[in-house]
Every structure is written in C-alpha cells, then in structure tokens.
Design a protein around this ligand. Structure first.
Ligand code: PBG
Length: 331
C-alpha cells in the first residue's frame, strides 16, 4: 500500500522553492528586467503615401510610406519604445546602390519627418547597400567579387546622408572591414561628431534573415553573404570583430542574430563591458508568429521569455519586431 510522504521529512537548510512561492517574492528576487526604453523597433520605409503593406512572412510587420512610418514611430514612442531603426525600399536600384545616399530616398525623408515631430524617440538608420543594389549584395561587385574598400566608400556616403538628415545613430550592417573607422572619420570631418555609431560587429551569415529579405527586398540575386558575414561556428572571431569596431570608434556594438548566439552576447558583454545590442531577427520573430498562428505556442509568454533571455545573456539594447507588443505587455 502506498503512503503519502509526510510534511517536513527532509532536513534542508536551503529550499529554492521558498523564493518562488508567490508573485511578490519572485519579483523581489528577479535578476533580469525588461524595459521598453531599451527596445529598438525596425521599420521598412517605402515610396508613396498612405501605404501600409504587410510582409507575408512577418505578420504584424509592414512596408510603410513615410507618413505611415511617422505614425508608427509616434505610436511606438507613446508606448515607451526607445528608438526606431529605419530600412529603405528605394524607387530605383543600380549596380553601386546610389539610392542609399539619395537625400530624397525613403530613409532620409523618414528621418527628417520623424525628427520634425520633436519627440525624444531615437532615430537609428541601417547602413548597407543590399536594399539598394540591383544584385542585392551589401557591396560593390568587381570581377564577380564583393570589393571591400570601394564598398566602404559607398557606405560612408550613405551614413553621411543619414546623419545630415538628422539620424541620432547610424548602424552599419554590411560587415565590410574598416567601415566603422571610415564612417567615424567622415562624420567628424563634417562636424557631425555627435552622431553615434552602433555597429553590427558580430553579424553572422544566418538563415534567420530570410523573412527580412522579403520585407526589404534585399535577397542577393546570386551567391550568398559568406565572404563578409561571420561563420556561425565562430565566437573567438566575434570578439576580434567587436574589438576592431571599438578601436575604430563604435559607440555601441551588436551581435546578430540573438537567440542562436546568446553565448556570443555573453562573451562580448563580459569581455568589453561596452553598450551591447542584440538583434532579435526576422526569422526569430517569424518562428514564433508561425507557431502561434498554428496554436502551437503561447505567443505572449514565448515573446517575453525570448526577450528576457536575450537581456539575461547581456544585451543592453534589443532590436526587435516585438518592440511595441512587448512594450504594451510591460505597461
Ligand atoms: C542588411 C541587413 C539584414 C538584416 C539587417 N540588416 C539582412 C542581411 O544581412 O541579409 C537582417 C535583419 C533581420 O533578419 O531581421 N544587410
């Protein structure tokens, strides 16, 4: 016959469960907290007016014309989100990505329009060529290869045009060598020394960017990004990349994607103790959305668990398509 175990049978000095008994005691000893101020919300800005075109692989995310992007930034600010990160869908693409530094292109126009609102939401711009080149690569192609130094010259022009439009932070995501230093120097030469650089320092060559490339229309027409983005197998190399970017003048460093690279976030934070951002990328967002739509996962809980894990790993700043939803959940 089975007998129920009696109370107090074990003599235990420590019982972990004491600090898990109630919401209040769990909150008292909680080690990691999320705050919307540390979220950055990506926006895809396109030509036109009154446009809000949902991205099939990213439910809840849309391509927005400048007027709609302003509305979105205003709403995000009202919910406490710290910043927006702008990507552009230009009217034209060419071999060298010249729309990336067109002062009338969607990103530059959106920067000016959001800044005119005079709120304190931070305006961050993604600096890359892949949305602007006809071939979809992040740099200029010479003899079938993505050249480094010529590409950097184009990236500098793009970063400058964002800064002139009024961006608070420029964020180079191309993974060319030396771009942070070149951008810093160009900004300083133009007396734009207060514009900060958030560098995509350890950006991996990841399958998790798939949905983004639909959103930004930036998939490479041939080949891939393995010659510049990092090999997912490496993390010592991530430290070297981060160190170089800091030496070249990066103010904030980034690890991207986030979830499969939590160990890298932790190493970067421990080694450099620098403001560290993590990009919770499109594929990470799409996975949760897809599972939720199938009724396979509790999305609000999974979202908060994911963001908390990224923060616990050491990220000070989280770039996430969930920024507004999470801000509302935290309110
Ligand atoms: C541009 C860029 C990419 C992302 C951010 N900036 C795509 C890529 O490198 O192919 C990915 C963001 C995401 O997946 O959410 N180079």
């Amino acid at each position: 016959m089975n007998t129920l175990p009696t109370e107090g049978g074990l003599e235990l000095l420590r019982r972990g469960r004491r600090l898990r008994r109630s919401p209040a005691i769990r909150a008292l000893v909680r080690e990691t907290r999320l705050s919307p101020e540390s979220f950055i919300y990506p926006l895809f800005v396109c030509e036109g007016e009154g446009i809000r075109r949902e991205v099939g692989s990213m439910p809840g995310v849309s391509q927005l014309s400048v007027d709609k992007a302003v509305e979105e930034a205003r709403a995000a600010h009202a919910e406490g989100v710290g910043g927006v990160l702008l990507f552009g869908l230009p009217a034209y693409k060419d071999e060298v990505g010249s729309a990336a530094y067109d002062p009338e292109a969607p990103v530059q126009a959106a920067v000016r329009a959001i800044k005119r609102e005079n709120t304190d939401i931070l305006v961050v711009t993604d600096v890359c060529l892949c949305e602007y080149t006809s071939h979809g690569h992040c740099g200029i192609i010479v003899d079938g290869e993505i050249t480094n130094d010529g590409s950097v010259a184009q990236l500098v022009r793009a970063a400058l045009s964002h800064a002139v439009a009024g961006a608070d932070i420029v964020a180079p995501s191309d993974m060319m060598d030396g771009r942070v230093g070149a951008i810093r120097k160009a900004l300083d030469d133009r007396r734009l020394e207060d514009v900060a650089i958030m560098s995509y320092s350890a950006k991996y060559c990841s399958a998790f960017y798939g949905p983004f490339r639909d959103a930004a229309d930036s998939a490479p027409k041939f080949g891939d990004r393995r010659t510049h983005q990092m090999d997912p197998a490496n993390s010592d190399e991530a430290l070297r990349e981060v160190e170089e970017d800091i030496d070249e003048g990066a103010d904030i460093v980034m690890v991207k994607p986030a979830l499969p690279y939590l160990d890298v976030i932790r190493r970067v934070k421990d080694v450099f103790q620098y403001p560290t951002a993590a990009y919770n990328v499109s594929g990470e967002y799409a996975m949760l959305k897809a599972a939720a739509r199938n009724g396979w996962i509790d999305e609000p809980r999974a979202m908060m668990e994911m963001l908390t894990a990224i923060r616990r790993a050491g990220a000070d700043i989280i770039i996430t398509y969930y920024a507004r939803e999470a801000a509302r959940a935290l309110a």
